[in-house]
Write a protein that binds this ligand. Structure first.
Ligand code: EPZ
Length: 416
């Protein structure tokens, strides 16, 4: 397993081009299942998770070629089973369930296991599909779903679920009648997916609000479309610039999608100038501590929580970081403490007392965003930080060590 070695202390300075959004590309790629003919999707990031979803579609008999753009044709889709050995590696595989059921009336998808950040059940996905008329059985760890044709209805999500909203939006697109999703998630990735589905011929309104209306149609056609910039990647580099006291220009990003983070960074004293498709981050003084509570979009995203915590470990004062979305998303705390951070966990709150400096040490990545927080901390720590199990990082960050070293960081990947 590869490691990443960082010698901290260099302020980042330079330009980072933000890649396409992993969390937008995944549902857009599965939406191709709803169509015949060749779809072409642009701004696809080069990530392990993207290769995983492409391989899953190939096991379903879907033709998938190219990396960016990727071209997908589900006209000859012959299998409707998403096997455990693929689904267990990536929870987002559940996103084939809605499209398979809507297009072919049957699907057999392995239940995604939990992961480092929580149990992450899919009960809300299944409850919604049953409301649309699907017969769902759980047999041998698989979701076995069948329906003649899905029928539109009103669905209320007990909690805001991003992939739950995406799965049901795709299923309802081909249902008979109209579906209303209430308490729908509002993330920008959902708006991107709705725009692509509407280009395919769907009739979806309200994406980006918590009430989405989908008027079912008989069929959808292939399209050419683009994936939005990755707001989590962009925010990660903003925080990296902040913790190193540097200045970084982020190009190819969509600043309005980063509002909650930009507001928080401004509160810490970091300057963020935003432009139509770029943002400049300048850390020209000490970082002040701020409190953070994660919430569904447009609240402060849980996917920035670990990275923000890394920044707060060297802030002036004490910050309280509250995680309200996932029940176990503090796996990075122990590793940050190995670097000298002063953090105390109290339930779903982490009390972070700023320390003058971090000191490099060997640390272990446990999940995607936790690994990003360790990289960020290593960039600021005195001496050498060695991050192991960086396969977590490769799931969601395209060439992170190249992008950081282009901004002056002393960082290198050591193949195992
Ligand atoms: C999406 O995961 C993202 N992944 C996650 O990003 C992100 O952290 C999360 O949304 C929250 O913003 C993708 O988009 C591929 P949820 P998702 O369903 O959809 C509970 C990353 O780092 N819940 O919005 O799986 C769930 O347990 C990843 O890129 C149920 O109880 O998250 C959680 O507590 C990590 N039952 C909360 O809702 C369900 O049926 C929010 O989960 C579904 C969800």
């Amino acid at each position: 397993m590869d490691k990443i070695v960082i010698r901290g202390g260099t302020p980042l300075s330079g330009t980072v081009h933000v890649s396409g959004s992993k969390n937008a590309a995944l549902p857009i790629i599965t939406a191709a299942l709803l169509t015949d003919g060749w779809n072409t999707f642009h701004n696809i990031p080069d990530l392990v998770d993207i290769e995983s979803i492409k391989n899953l579609l190939r096991t379903l008999g879907v033709e998938v070629t190219g990396r960016d753009p990727v071209k997908i044709n589900a006209g000859n889709c012959s299998c409707h089973e998403a096997p455990y050995d693929i689904v267990r590696k990536m929870r987002a595989s559940i996103l084939v369930l809605g499209p398979l059921l809507a297009r072919w009336g049957r699907a057999r998808v392995s239940l995604p296991g939990g992961c480092a950040i929580g149990a992450r059940p899919v009960n809300l996905h299944l409850k919604a599909l049953q409301a649309l008329g699907a017969r769902i059985e759980l047999v041998d760890g698989y979701i076995d779903a069948r329906v003649e044709r899905l029928r539109g209805t009103t669905i209320f999500f007990d909690v805001s679920t991003v992939t739950g909203t995406e799965n049901i939006m795709m299923a309802a697109a081909l249902a008979d009648g109209t579906t209303v999703l209430e308490n729908a998630a509002r993330e920008p990735e959902i708006v991107n997916l709705a725009d692509v589905l509407n280009a395919m011929g769907a009739r979806i309104q309200g994406a980006g609000t918590n009430v989405i209306t989908i008027e079912g149609v008989r069929d959808l056609h292939a399209v050419e479309a683009s994936v939005i910039p990755d707001r989590i990647e962009a925010g990660t580099y903003m925080i990296a610039a902040a913790i190193t006291g540097g200045e970084v220009l982020l190009t190819g990003c969509n600043p309005p999608h980063l509002d909650a983070l930009v507001t928080k960074l401004n509160e810490t004293g970091i300057t963020v100038d935003t432009y139509p498709d770029s943002a400049r981050v300048r850390a020209d003084g000490a970082v002040g501590s701020v409190d953070v509570t994660t919430l569904p979009y447009p609240g402060f995203p849980t996917d920035y929580q670990a990275q923000m915590m890394a920044l707060m470990t060297i802030a002036r004062g004490t910050s309280v970081i509250s995680e309200t979305v996932f029940e176990n998303r503090f796996m990075h705390v122990n590793e940050l403490m190995r670097l000298g951070a002063d953090i105390v966990i109290e339930g779903n709150h982490a009390v972070v007392r700023g320390v003058p400096r971090l000191r490099g040490a060997p640390v272990m990545a446990t999940d995607l965003r936790a690994s990003a927080s360790l990289i960020i901390a290593g960039l600021a720590a005195e001496g050498e930080t060695i991050v192991s199990r960086v396969y977590h990082l490769d799931r969601g960050y395209e060439r992170i060590e190249e992008k950081l070293s282009a901004c002056g960081a002393d960082i290198r990947r050591v193949p195992s």
